[in-house]
Write a protein that binds this ligand. Structure first.
Ligand SMILES: Cc1cc2nc3c(=O)[nH]c(=O)nc-3n(C[C@H](O)[C@H](O)[C@H](O)COP(=O)(O)OP(=O)(O)OC[C@H]3O[C@@H](n4cnc5c(N)ncnc54)[C@H](O)[C@@H]3O)c2cc1C
Length: 476
């Protein structure tokens, strides 16, 4: 690791205070990764509290010829916040103010606010923030916006982009811009929309105007167990075809059911080939009828168990089981690789069979959670990264899964972003002209490549390296 220039460290300390600058080797190492497999060298970590401090940090980065890499909680899985080359890691966790406008059911929040903290903060008002990534106890709203994150309950409500009214950000030139507003149809070009999903490449998000939704008066939660994966997949298609839009519709396969049950003890049916966790939300009069219909469709598709959560404790336990996949996997192996692709719902059984075949051919253990309602697959490999041959097999299997997903009519990623992980697979779904359009947008915001360089756009594209030498040991 190359030590940061003293002049840069002291300049940053003069902006944010010495306690908010981390330049020691251990801190720089600890902040060098996210929750995925990539790890990079951080020049210096800085934790601003205000937008003006962020703007001053960006200007300082420009003056010192280093890049800015924004970071929230570092729960990303695609290496989006892993630096490639000399970079200030700008961590937003101290920017965690929440200003609620209860009457308009909105809030301005700092990018470092933890997703679940926001929902807990507004719970007494009967409101919640709809996007609920499984990492919601740790990830930040800034990270959610930058990755346009989803979550189990985004099936009915839509992903993060549908819940963001305005974004304040600091540009690659160190200026402060506000895009969007609380107005229903704000005039001008939709820069807010461009910032959502921009993965830190267009600016540093410093404040976000979010929509808050009223909590539904009634919820019903069902767990359905199937002897064959095909039964679960058939139920998903039949539910969607019936016109019912569940708040959530999640699937787990047998290896994962067993791992989770051993971890959470939620009385999951460990003999099932697959379970579906479905939730319907709305008015008391409607939810029972919808839950009954979903249960009937499951039985028609061969379900041997349909269990309805008796109360909120049981509901919470079932969701804890679904959201504890990571903890459960840690019992099996020291490392994991969590994948993210999307396929058409109708291809679920076919693609899952291919995933099992890929894993078995490469002697790997794969466990699957699926946002089944929208076809978003999350195969997880549990492995030991101390063996480089196993790591190579995991990476090769991951690429194969992308290829079979795309061949089935799917997409590279459903919600985790592109970052470093999938950057060089972008050409599988985008033509050179498509990629050039994205590169021109990036260039318009950041002509010198200050913001999160070497991310998202693949090698060979216009803004790949902005003509700078690629650092040694970089991902490429
Ligand atoms: C156990 C687990 C479960 C998960 N479940 C889900 C899930 O259900 N759905 C889902 O979508 N994702 C999920 N994720 C992935 C991850 O949690 C999300 O992508 C999350 O939104 C990242 O937030 P973060 O604060 O950790 O961002 P980070 O990892 O810190 O950063 C992610 C990206 O956002 C950029 N960024 C962060 N803050 C800013 C900012 N202020 N301005 C500009 N750019 C910024 C970074 O540069 C990086 O490119 C999961 C991850 C884990 C580990």
């Amino acid at each position: 690791m190359v030590a940061p220039a003293d002049s840069l460290v002291s300049e940053l300390a003069s902006i944010v205070g010495a306690d908010a600058v981390k330049a020691g080797d251990l801190d720089r190492y600890l902040y060098g990764g996210d929750a995925g497999v990539a790890h990079g060298d951080v020049s210096v970590v800085v934790l601003p509290k205000t937008v003006r401090q962020v703007a001053a940090i960006v200007r300082s980065a420009i003056a010192h010829g280093v890049a800015i890499v924004p970071r929230g909680a570092g729960t990303g899985l695609a290496g989006g916040t892993v630096p490639e080359g000399p970079a200030i890691l700008l961590v937003t966790t101290r920017m965690n103010q929440i200003d609620i406008d209860a009457r308009n059911q909105t809030a301005w929040v700092g990018p470092g606010v933890i997703n679940l903290d926001l929902t807990n903060h507004v719970a007494s008002l009967g409101l919640h923030f709809a996007p609920d990534p499984s990492s919601q106890a740790a990830c930040t709203i800034g990270g959610n916006v930058a990755n346009n994150s989803g979550g189990p309950h985004c099936l009915a409500e839509g992903s993060t982009v549908n819940h963001i009214l305005a974004v304040e950000f600091v540009t690659a030139q160190g200026e402060i811009v506000v895009a969007g507003s609380g107005a229903p149809d704000p005039p001008g070009l939709d820069v807010r929309g461009v910032m959502v999903g921009s993965e830190g490449t267009l600016g540093v998000i410093t404040r976000i105007l979010v929509k808050l939704l009223p909590n539904p008066p009634a919820i019903r939660t069902l767990l359905m167990a199937f002897p064959e994966v095909g039964g679960a997949a058939g139920t998903v298609s039949d539910v969607i075809a019936s016109g019912v839009v569940p708040a959530a519709l999640e699937m787990m396969d047998r290896p994962l059911i067993r791992a989770v049950e051993n971890f959470v003890h939620a009385d999951l049916p460990v003999d099932a080939a697959a379970v579906l966790l479905a939730e319907v939300a709305g008015h008391e009069a409607g939810v029972d009828a919808e839950a009954d219909l979903i249960g009937r469709l499951a039985v028609d598709n061969g379900a041997f168990q349909v269990r309805r959560a008796a109360d909120s404790d049981e509901r919470e336990l079932l969701w804890k089981a679904r959201k504890s996949a990571f903890g459960a996997i840690a019992q099996i192996a020291p490392d994991y690789y969590l994948h993210d692709t999307v396929i058409p719902r109708t291809k679920l059984v076919e693609v899952l069979d291919q995933i099992y075949e890929i894993a078995s051919r490469r002697n790997l253990l794969v466990l699957n959670t699926i946002h089944a309602g929208d076809g978003n697959l999350h195969p997880k490999f549990a492995f030991d990264a101390s063996d480089p041959e196993v790591v190579a097999q995991v990476k090769a299997a991951a690429t194969e899964i992308v290829e079979v997903s795309i061949a089935a009519g799917g997409m590279l990623s459903g919600e985790h972003g592109i970052g470093l992980e999938k950057r060089d697979l972008m050409h599988l779904v985008f033509s050179p002209v498509d990629l050039d359009a994205q590169a021109r947008l990036r260039e318009a915001f950041d002509p010198d490549g200050v913001m999160n360089p070497l991310k998202v756009l693949p090698e060979g594209s216009r803004c790949f390296d902005f003509g700078r030498p690629i650092p040694e040991g970089a991902w490429v």
